[in-house]
Design a protein. Structure first.
Length: 331
């Protein structure tokens, strides 16, 4: 392919990238790069025609290999590296050493006695020596106290046990306690149900009020200066909002764009404007971020954020464009 033919093909590929037809652009560029691996212009256009971050970074590295002063290539490579950091090589761990077996195993305990053997065996002295009558008396007292408390709380007259009831306890104490427990449970449920409902209503009202106050406070933030600075860009409704990211409370700008070069050009412009406004943000803001979406297809493209300190350093001229871009964290 002659030089003129190559330039004509590169122009067609460039136009296809601008139109978002990346597959067609790569179909033109790949034969050119296969024939000449040292064509910096072809690598530059190819970097904007790929959708895989690793391929884009490799293309930019080839541009700088051929021409270290190629315009904008170094800054764009720094951004690509900050958004897609290289994965470190992981050295596999050595297999764990199994512990040696103990020199001897513990003796096996004697077999558990069968039910018949346990029945035939005499009861232990500690259990046989427990007096039955004091235990029954304590149970009677507990039941009486519970019934008195319930009668005072719910307006139910306290029941006085008869001589017949007390006489039955020594022979069927477990049955009496079970019946009393069931009655107590029913009374407690009937007494406490209105209180629980009222408590739930109070909690719901308090939660609703707190949510309303939080929403009002968040909506009261004045970002008019930032909106004016971003007036040249297409922002959806509620395009400026406070969200949670890995860096904390983040003031995030959502902007409309399309994949490819348009997205890569828009990202640093919005981040730089947002950083220059970072000195006037609320005290609760810990980071700034940009969320790029394809508004026509309603699909997310890319989200990055930077801590507030780095944004303010950039606004004060302490960081260059590439140094600031290296601080961006994908979200």
């Amino acid at each position: 392919m002659s030089s003129d033919e190559t330039q004509s093909a590169l122009s067609r590929a460039y136009d296809l990238v601008e139109a978002g037809k990346y597959d067609e652009a790569r179909a033109i560029l790949e034969p050119i790069l296969a024939d000449n691996r040292n064509n910096a212009d072809a690598w530059w256009i190819y970097a904007h025609a790929v959708t895989n971050p690793d391929e884009g970074r490799n293309a930019l590295e080839n541009v700088l290999r051929i021409n270290p002063r190629y315009p904008d290539a170094a800054d764009l490579l720094a951004q690509a590296r900050s958004l897609t950091p290289e994965r470190p090589n992981i050295t596999p761990l050595a297999p764990a050493t199994m512990p040696e077996a103990p020199p001897s195993l513990p003796e096996v305990p004697s077999p558990i006695r069968s039910t018949a053997e346990r029945a035939a065996a005499p009861a232990s002295a500690s259990r046989a020596g427990l007096p039955l009558i004091p235990i029954i008396a304590v149970i009677v007292i507990i039941v009486l106290v519970v019934l008195v408390v319930l009668s005072q709380r719910g307006g139910i007259p306290a029941a006085t046990p008869t001589a017949t009831q007390v006489a039955v306890l020594p022979t069927s104490a477990e049955v009496v306690v079970q019946a009393a427990t069931s009655e107590v449970t029913q009374e407690v449920i009937a007494t406490e149900a209105p209180t629980l409902a009222e408590t739930s209503a109070v909690i719901a009202a308090v939660t609703e009020q707190a949510t309303a106050e939080t929403t009002a406070e968040a909506s009261s933030a004045d970002y008019s200066a930032l909106q004016n600075a971003l007036s040249a860009f297409s922002l959806p409704q509620d395009g400026i909002a406070e969200v949670k990211t890995s860096l904390g409370d983040t003031l995030q700008v959502t902007a409309c764009t399309t994949p490819g070069r348009a997205m890569r050009t828009l990202l640093p412009r919005v981040m730089n404007i947002l950083a220059k406004q970072s000195g006037s943000l609320g005290a609760s803001i810990q980071a700034i971020g940009v969320h790029l979406i394809n508004c026509g297809q309603n699909t997310p493209l890319l989200t990055v954020a930077a801590d507030l300190a780095s944004a303010q350093d950039y606004a004060q001229g302490k960081l260059s464009d590439s140094e600031f871009a290296a601080k961006w964290k994908p979200q």
